[in-house]
Design a protein around this ligand. Sequence first.
Ligand code: URA
Length: 229
Amino acid sequence: MRLDKYICRCTELSRTEAKKYLKRGAVLVNGETIKDPGFQVYEESVITLAGNLLTFASARYIMLYKPQDCICSNVDELYPSVLHLVDVDRAFDLHIAGRLDVDTTGLVLITDDGQWSHKITAPKKECNKRYRVQLSKPIPADAVERFAHGLQLQNEAKLTKPARLEVLAEKEALLTISEGKYHQVKRMFAAIGNRVIGLHREQIGAIALDGELAIGQWRYLTEDEVSSV
Ligand code: URA
């Protein structure tokens, strides 16, 4: 990691402030004064700032109950980013492990550990996600089988991977998928001639949305939840 970034991660300093300390010669790496903000540092590097040893803040793992009308992006666009709901220091250094559409609610995992989020989002890892789906029309009798077999989505070369559909009511189901294609759930139901009118993510892998969280609230994951991924 770059030295200036490392300093920011360990302190409350902004990148500009970190650079000022560097310029002043206040930063030592393994006992040597380093002024170059881009200097590469490693896990084993011993770094001091004005004589104080810097320790790397440990990674953060968060679950958020996403409301509608906010987006799973690090930048605000038409709607604000979900990261505004996470009132921690340097919230925008975090990233979202598996996005939801603006109108989808439910479980969002947020972290600054890229290797961990990769295990959730990488297609090869086939991490299960469970959604509660409300539909505009009744679910046909053969839907369970069709989802299990795989569906042909528009503009996709391959069928979707086998998915588990549990019909809860005439127009409500739980759907578990191991992929994360763009608008996947909506496109899967469109492929059988139906339309998703409500979508809520309940679970990612073994991590379920905490029933104690109100919409818009977040909490840190437990150690067991983190290591379940
Ligand atoms: N599939 C969708 O269509 N939308 C989401 O937000 C998540 C999965």
